[in-house]
Design a protein around this ligand. Structure first.
Ligand SMILES: *[C@@H]1O[C@H](CO)[C@@H](O)[C@H](O)[C@H]1NC(C)=O
Ligand SMILES: *[C@@H]1O[C@H](CO)[C@@H](O)[C@H](O)[C@H]1NC(C)=O
Ligand SMILES: *[C@@H]1O[C@H](CO)[C@@H](O)[C@H](O)[C@H]1NC(C)=O
Ligand SMILES: CC(=O)N[C@H]1CO[C@H](CO)[C@@H](O)[C@@H]1O
Length: 358
């Protein structure tokens, strides 16, 4: 996935509203590491295939200055993002956010499959009107403009997030933190969001499955049956976060905790801090979403009638994900075409995946 942000001399964020939140303290360091790796040629030769939960993989092969935004005074940038959010938001100021780069947004790649899921999902088509596609590079932005009404370019000067990136390399970490910081600024601007990885298929409207009383709810790779239990294994690829003082404080804390866990991605750090006293102190209501509704290749419920989203987690490699997600959508289509009496049976259907994702 994506991320690192703002207010760092090394990065220039198209849309970071409040420089007060920074996930990017280590950008310069990690950039130096990245450059060193590249010089050594390590970046090209080591295919670290270790992606457990994460969707986005980026290879740090290309590392060059991306085009800086035409005119990057912070005021303009905020206005840009503000405009996109205003247009896309629901009446209660909620947006769906996903991030893409060139490799993922390319024609016939994951982004197309992702959009297809909204079109064939039950009650999901209308949700596309509320989705903001955040692109990490220019090609992804151009591609978005051709297929979707709400596109936003999140740009980083000097870092090229265009291609696949090795899981847990410095470039990967920067992207993940940048994303977290970006989401923090969305909250600060007063918008609630559902963040979704692009390798999550939206099969049914998730809003009817969300907890009404939670500030922060997150999907899981494995779910132990208790939505309050912080021992669940969360997956940052799918979260529903309401904008309020508690969540804004929490995101600031999350971002600032990066420095205490060098080399960790935002999900690892989340797992470090989720049980800490800070959450209690600010009174953040955190819940974990059941895999019966928000499933994935790691774990999922059996009843298609309940299934809201399916994530290509526990899978690495864009091509493998793409292969299996297409089969997953075919399975879903087949389920939808069953006669109602059969469809209603909880055992009417089963997934033929994971295959390549195994
Ligand atoms: C970033 O990397 C991609 C993929 O390797 C490449 O096609 C593109 O030209 C690069 N962008 C810049 C601005 O260097
Ligand atoms: C957040 O807290 C401030 C005071 O600390 C208060 O003025 C404001 O209304 C609060 N905002 C929300 C959204 O609760
Ligand atoms: C579609 O969703 C509605 C509720 O929003 C539900 O009543 C209906 O059974 C769903 N259809 C299928 C095929 O799951
Ligand atoms: C704030 C800023 O960067 N302004 C620049 C916008 O672009 C023009 C022309 O490229 C520059 O002259 C400004 O300095």
């Amino acid at each position: 996935m994506a991320s690192t942000m703002a207010n760092d001399p090394a990065t220039e964020v198209h849309g970071d509203s409040k420089p007060s939140v920074s996930c990017s303290n280590y950008v310069i360091n990690t950039r130096i590491v990245t450059i060193t790796l590249l010089i050594l040629g390590v970046g090209i030769s080591c295919w670290v295939f270790y992606n457990k939960a994460y969707a986005f993989q980026f290879l740090p092969r290309s590392y060059s200055s991306s085009p800086s935004p035409p005119n990057s005074s912070l005021g303009n940038i905020d206005l840009n993002l503000q405009k996109v959010l205003e247009k896309a938001a629901t009446r209660d100021k909620t947006v769906i956010i996903t991030t893409v780069n060139q490799a993922w947004a390319a024609s016939h790649s994951i982004f197309d499959v992702f959009l297809e899921s909204f079109r064939i999902g039950n009650g999901t088509f209308k949700l596309l009107n509320h989705m903001v596609v955040v692109s990490m590079d220019h090609k992804a932005y151009e591609r978005c403009l051709t297929v979707h009404p709400h596109c936003y370019a999140l740009r980083t000067k000097g870092i090229n997030f265009s291609s696949e990136t090795y899981f847990m390399t410095p470039n990967y970490l920067d992207m993940m933190w940048r994303r977290t910081n970006f989401l923090a600024s969305i909250l600060e601007m007063g918008y609630n969001f559902v963040f979704t990885d692009t390798d999550i298929m939206w099969l049914q409207d998730p809003f009817r499955y969300f907890f009404q009383d939670a500030d922060f709810q997150i999907a899981c790779d494995q779910f132990n049956g208790n939505s309050y239990d912080k021992n669940n294994s969360p997956n940052g690829g799918f979260m529903y976060v309401k904008s309020n003082n508690r969540t804004i404080q929490f995101y600031k804390f999350w971002c600032s905790s990066r420095k205490n866990y060098p080399g960790k991605n935002e999900q690892d750090v989340f797992n470090k801090i989720k049980k800490g006293p800070f959450i209690k102190k600010i009174g953040l209501e955190m819940r974990f979403l059941s895999t019966a509704y928000f499933g994935g290749f790691c774990e999922h419920g059996k009843d298609f009638n309940l299934m809201s989203t399916m994530h290509a987690n526990c899978c690495f490699g864009l091509a493998n994900k793409l292969h299996d997600l297409k089969i997953l959508l075919a399975d879903w289509r087949r389920f939808l075409s069953l006669p109602p009496s059969i469809k209603a049976l909880s055992s009417s259907s089963s997934w033929r995946v994971p295959q390549k994702c195994k």
